[in-house]
Design a protein around this ligand. Sequence first.
Ligand SMILES: *Cc1c(COP(=O)(O)O)cnc(C)c1O
Length: 386
Amino acid sequence: MSTETKQGQFGQFGGSYVPPELQEVMDYLSEQFNKYKDDPEFNEEFRYYLREFVGRENPLTFAKNLTDKLGGAKIYLKREDLNHTGAHKINNVMGQILLAKRMGAKRIIAETGAGQHGVATATVCAMFDMDCTIYMGAEDTRRQSLNVFRMELLGAKVVAVDKGQGRLKDAVDEALNDLVVNYQNTFYLLGSAVGPHPFPTMVKHFQSVISEESKRQILEKEGRLPDAVIACAGGGSNAIGAFAHYIEEEGVRLIGVEPDQAPTMAEGVPAVIHGFKCLVLLDDEGNPRKTYSIAAGLDYPGIGPEHSYLQESGRAEYVMVSNEEVLQAFQVLSRTEGIIPALESSHAVAHAMKIAPQMSRDQIIIINISGRGDKDVEQVFHMLQK
Ligand SMILES: *Cc1c(COP(=O)(O)O)cnc(C)c1O
C-alpha cells in the first residue's frame, strides 16, 4: 500500500524543504504521528468519531440509471458526499485533531482557500473545544463571505491575509509563520495530501479509510475488485484515499482527473512549492502559475508528491476534462441518480462518462464522489444563465 521509497520520499518527490526552525517542528510531528498511527487506543478513538460524528461507513451506491444510460461498465459511487459537512475533508481533519489532542496542543491553525477545509476544521474544533484560527486570503474572504460566517458561527477566528495576492498561497505562508512562533501549544492542521513530510503521508493515512471501505464493499457486492477507480485531484487527498488500498492491485486502473485549466500532471515540472517537491505548473519567470478552475477545491498549481510519483512510475493515470464536460456531468448525475455532486467531484464523473461506454458490461468503475454540490448550486445557476 505504500509507495514511499523512504520516509516522506516518493521517488524524487516529497521530502521537506523548510527552514531549520520549522524542520524541528516537522520532525516532532513525524515522531508523534508514527507513535500514534498504530496505537490501538488512538485508532479506536478515530473509528469511534468517524462512526458517531462523521457518519461512516458511507455507502458504495450502484448507479443503475447512469450505468444504463451510458451502456457500458457498471458504475458505483463512493459516497463521501454523505459525510458530516458534506465532503471527504472531515476524515483527515478528524484524524489530525485527535493527534493534536494527544500531543497536548491547545490551539489549532489552518489555511483555507474557498473555505471548505476551514469549515471542516472549525467544525471539529467546536466539537473538541479547541481554540481555532483560520488563515484565509483577503480576496478569498470577500468571495466566500458565507463560509467566513460559517467558521465564525462554529467559533473560529478567521484572519484575512492582505499580503501578496490575498490568496491561498499567502494564507499558507501566514499559517507557517504562526506555527514557527507558537509551535509549543499550536498544531497546524493541513488540508490536503501536500506540504512537507509528514503531511502527505499522514493525510493519506487518514483518508485511506475511503478505499478500505470501498474495497470491502465492492467485494461484498460483486465478489471482485473494480476495473477502475476514478477521483478528482486538486492537492490529491480524496484521490490518494480512494486509491490507497488498490495501489498494490495491479489489475485496477487508478485515474486522477484534473481541470484542463490547472493541468498540473500534463504540464507541471518537478519543483519545490510549499516545502515539498512535486510537479508544479510554472509561469515564464519560474513562479507557480496562476490557475483558474470552476471548482475552487481543484485550483492549486501543485499536486501531492505521491501522485507525482504514481504518474512517473506509470501506476496511475492522470487526465483532464473541460469546464463544459464538468457542467454536463454535474447535471447528468443530478438528473439520473438524484445526487448533486460537488463541482470537484463532477470532474471524476465527467471522465467516467467518457470511458464507461467503451468498457464492457461486466466491467466495474468506482467513482469517488468527494463531496456534495449544494455549495455549488448558485454558481452553476449563474454559469447556465450565460
Ligand atoms: C477540497 C475538495 C477537493 C480537492 O481536494 P483534494 O485534496 O484534491 O481531495 C475535492 N472535492 C471536494 C468536494 C473538496 O471539498
